[in-house]
Each structure stands twice: as C-alpha cells, then as structure tokens.
Design a protein. Sequence first.
Length: 420
Amino acid sequence: MNYLNRSIKNPFLAGSIIMIVGSNGINVFNYIYHFLMGKLLQPESYGELVALFSFIGILSILPGALGLVIIKFISGSPESRVAHLIAWFFKKTLLLSSLAFLILLLSTPFISKFLNITSILSVGFIAVAFFFALPNILLRSSLQGLLKFKELMITNFVEIPVKLGLGIALVLLGFHLNGALFAFALATAAGFFVSKYYLKKYLNNSPQSPPEARQIGIFTVPVLFQSLALTSLYTIDLILVKHFFSGTEAGIYSAASTLSKIILFGTAPIVGVMFPLISKRFANREPVAKIFLSSLGLTILMCSVAIGMFTARPLLFTNLLYGSSFAGASLLLTKFSLTIGIYTISALLLNFYLAIHRLKIITLPLIASLMQIIGIWVFHSSLDMVLNINLSINALLLVCLLGPVTLTFKDLFKIKPVVP
C-alpha cells in the first residue's frame, strides 16, 4: 500500500500514466479518423488531406518551438511570476497568429499549385485552423509547464467529436475534402477555447515583460531551429512525395507514414512528461538521471514492440486501417516504422539536451534535415528510394546524438548547475 501511494505521488509516474493513457486514447480516435477518411476519400484525395496536415505541421514549427520555451521557463519559474509570464506569452502569440492568418490567405493560390490541390478553399480552411492552433499550442504548453496533465488531455479530447463526427458527416453529405477540413478548423477552435478556460485565472492578469526576457530570447533561437529540423524530418518527405509522385502513389506513401507514426505519437507523452520535470529539476539544482533513463528505456521498449509488430504483419495492419486499396503501403511499412522508431529516440535525446541547456547540439538535426531535403529532391525515382534516404539519415543522426550522452553519462547522476 505504501509503495502504491508513493507511486501515485511520483510526478513522473503519475504524469506519464495520465499522458500515455490520454494521448493514446486520442491517438485511437485519430487513427479511426484516418481509417474512415481513407475509406471515404480514396488514395488521391486522402493524399491531399495528409499533405495539408503535414503543411500545417510545418507551419506549427514556430509555435511548437515557443511551446518548449514556455514549458521550460514556466516549470522553472516561481509561482508569483507564472501568471504574468503566461499572459505576456498569450498576448504575443495572438498578434502572431493574426499575422500568419493573413499571410496564409494571400498565399493560398501558390500553396494549392505546389501541392497539386485543385480547391483553394481547402487551403483556406487550413489558414483558419492555424489561426486557432498557434495560440492553442502555447496555451497547452502552459498547462504542461504547470504540470496540469489532466487538463491538457481534456483540451485535446474536446476536439474529437467535432473533427471525427462532423468531419465524417460532411464527407458523407458530399462535401468531401472541404467538409473534412472545415470540421478540422472548427475542432481546432474548440480546443483553443477550452484551453483558454483552464488558464483564465492566469490570462486575467496584466501581461508584463518578464525579467528573464533576454534568457527567453537566447533560448528560443536554438529551440526554434531544433523544432524546424525535427518537424522537417518527419513531414517534408510527405510534401515532396506529393510534389514529385502521382496522387495515388502519394496516398499510398501517406498511409504507410500515418500507420508508422503510431510509434511517434504513442511515445510522445513520455517526452511531454520528461521535459518539464527535468527542466524544473535542472533549475532547482536537482539530479535528473532517473527521469532521463526511465524515459529513454520506456521509449526504446515501446518503439521495439511496435516495430516488431509492423514488421511481422505489415499487410494485416494496412488492411485493418485502410483496406485493400492501400495494400501497397504494406511494402513500405517495415522501413517506415524503423525510421520513425529511430527518429523518436533521437527526438527524446534532443529534448533532454534542451532541458539541461546543452544548446549546441541542435546543429546535428539541422544538418540531417538539410541532407534529407537535398537527398529526396535529387533522388526520388521510387518511393522505396525516398524511404532509404529517410532511414539512412535518421540512423546517422541517432549515432551522432548518442556520443554526447556517452561522454556525459557520469554527469547525469550529479546535480546540474543553474542556467546562467
């Protein structure tokens, strides 16, 4: 009983349970969404949907980077400064989201042409979704920095009935891709307002420029570049495949990508718990070894199990989620799952380095992402070749990232200094 009570009170264990159960529950609904969309839209239109989702993922690089900054500084700040810090960040991101919305609207013809999407309205719905998604990413990061994992999960769950229920209904009614994207934009808005509700006591405070503004600015730059590199490594291939290959081939590739990303999304909660806890301990001069090693071990275990399942029965999982029209995706699934598994471990290591303020390491994923873009742009004679490029680059990145961990392994068990 005492062991159970201690486990429940353990912030890493309790937070991990909430995040893993909640996030994977959300992932189940998201995969049901992709399963139904794949059935209803068929490969070409489904490829357009996934390409647009990848596009908004790239657009989210900046808010995603700022989200990590918010998590780090909120988790390490005293309670008296947290409210003003959240209000200050929120004001800045509202201005940024308004500007981004206008730019996206003006750019819709170019984006539609590059991605070979006939309906400009589809890109317009992505602009609306991004208007709400940008500040919502930062609101959710605030909840994460405050270690409010339950509230964070609720803000994600409220999007499901709108995105899934309304989206499927509109597609069945004949609105097809535009109907799915309209529901997606509406769901993003719903998540934003629920996040805002949970933080209303913080947002009601007057925004004040924080005394650590200079530190925030210095830390934001490497975080931004890391987010740019990591997002590029698992999204740019989808966009380039949509550009270089036929609609059907892009749809097959998108299906294999979506399936393999079960690994990434299934383990993401571990990083989501690890980062604020290690940031907080680092700021308070406390050891971080147990949290890091627990996170790394659990991530490797989950990745290994998933890769083994996809390798053993690729056709089973492809048919289960998408049906026989996407059977070609099963031929890509083994390499895709291995690539995503390697990427997931690299992402955890990079987040650990950021949490302990080792910022120079971000040059590695930047180089890897540039190699990926150049490699696919030059060599894209087949989908298998694109996959080989992704796998090779991600494996090389992981090997390079493991070097600093090995060199500083003994330091993990020491108290870390405060960030100057």
